[in-house]
Design a binder for this molecule. Structure first.
Ligand SMILES: Cc1cc2nc3c(=O)[nH]c(=O)nc-3n(C[C@H](O)[C@H](O)[C@H](O)COP(=O)(O)O)c2cc1C
Length: 364
């Protein structure tokens, strides 16, 4: 099962299964001198960690990260400075309950990877889904925390803008609100309604999807490349590689179809500093695959969790028709915990492109 590595110059390889003893990653290509603390990495992991509210899976994983190699640690400040050698990070799995997966051992969950893993490999790790489990994404979040440090001035943040049928009112957008509620929702007026909505979904033994918006600021003009190295195509790949993601948009995205040319074009003026300034950002900060210097904006849709209590039609591993109901601990809306994962994938793409830009043009 290859293809466990993401990136070109900032390369992250993840390893480990949901119900194995540990998961981990190796970051190859982190420039020497990049400084970070274990607490910073842990802070991002804590945002993704399961069991933090009644709206996510009750699997209790502390997700405590260990930094095993590739840094020099200052014992007094706790700061790690990358040496340029591979950085290995590891998280122990402590709360596996493999017996919860007995019901999916001999039957395929519709909407999950059970059927296709068997079709391709002839076998699958039914305990928690093995590599198809989003447990793997914890390592993306850990690596993303370090990637953020590679690009000077970079800030990446994300929010949940739709849960099931419930949308935010963008006029109420408040980034400070995102950290104040269990949904990473930027619209305070939506939170109570979302809580009731998700309680209803969960009590009905069902699940719902979500839309996440990710924004990166502090990016110079010029990151990315034409043709097959486009910043937007790499972002689409990055977001689409997250479990359960079924759609990605950049900037105005699908809404651009209904715009006129005048509406969609981001008009250009000369700013006070003499540099180009754009009057809008329908392009999501990318033109011709190359960053404009505006915020880079991506949105992705996460489908409803496939492991649900309500029985659904399927076949067993011998090909007989049956029904399956999944009783283990599953998120009713996996989109909530996808918010920090989207941030991490944005940071990984931008760190990689920053180093590629430096390598190709000789300038940072
Ligand atoms: C943060 C996160 C948590 C997830 N947790 C679950 C889960 O508890 N149960 C489940 O059936 N799927 C869960 N998923 C989705 C599955 O991993 C995913 O649907 C499966 O691997 C099949 O891949 P695909 O949906 O991308 O085709 C989760 C996804 C994310 C992003």
């Amino acid at each position: 099962m290859s293809h466990n590595t993401f990136g070109h110059l900032f390369r992250v390889t993840t390893w480990g299964e949901s119900h194995g003893p540990a998961i981990g990653c190796v970051i190859d290509g982190c420039p020497p001198g990049v400084a970070f603390t274990r607490d910073e990495v842990q802070g991002y992991l804590d945002k993704r960690r399961p069991g933090q509210s009644r709206y996510t899976t009750q699997r209790k994983e502390p997700d405590t990260v260990a930094i095993l190699s590739g840094t020099l640690e200052n014992a007094e400040t706790g700061e790690h400075v990358a040496t340029g050698a591979p950085i290995a990070l590891q998280i122990a799995n402590v709360d596996q309950r493999s017996k919860d997966y007995a019901e999916v051992k001999d039957a395929f969950r519709p909407g999950h990877a059970d059927f296709t893993y068997v079709a391709k490999y002839g076998l699958r790790d039914h305990r928690g889904g093995g590599r198809s489990s989003a447990r793997e994404t914890a390592m993306r979040v850990a690596a993303g925390a370090i990637a953020r440090k590679v690009v000077p001035g970079l800030a990446v943040r994300a929010a949940l803008i739709q849960m099931g049928t419930e949308k935010i009112d963008r006029a109420n957008w408040d980034w400070d609100e995102v950290e104040q509620n269990p949904f990473f929702c930027p619209d305070h007026s939506a939170v109570q309604g979302w809580a009731a909505y998700l309680d209803g979904i969960r009590k009905a033994g069902s699940s719902c999807g979500a839309v996440i918006e990710v924004e990166a600021t502090g990016i110079q003009a010029g990151l990315g490349a034409p043709i097959y190295g486009k910043l937007d195509s790499d972002l689409a790949l990055a977001m689409m590689s997250i479990n359960a993601v079924k759609g990605v948009e950049i900037g105005a995205g699908f809404a651009a179809a209904a715009m006129t040319g005048q509406e969609n074009a981001d008009e250009i003026r000369k700013g006070k500093d003499g540099k180009a300034t754009f009057l809008s950002n329908n392009a999501g900060g990318i033109l011709g695959g190359i960053s404009t210097g505006q915020p880079v904006v991506a949105r992705f849709v996460v489908k409803p969790t496939s492991s649900i209590l309500t029985p659904v039609k399927t076949i067993d591993t011998r090909g007989n028709e049956t029904e399956i109901s999944t009783t283990g601990r599953h998120d009713p809306c996996v989109g909530i915990r996808a918010v920090p994962i989207g941030e991490a994938m944005m940071a990984l793409v931008l760190a990689d492109h920053y180093l590629r830009h430096r390598g190709q043009t000789g300038s940072a």
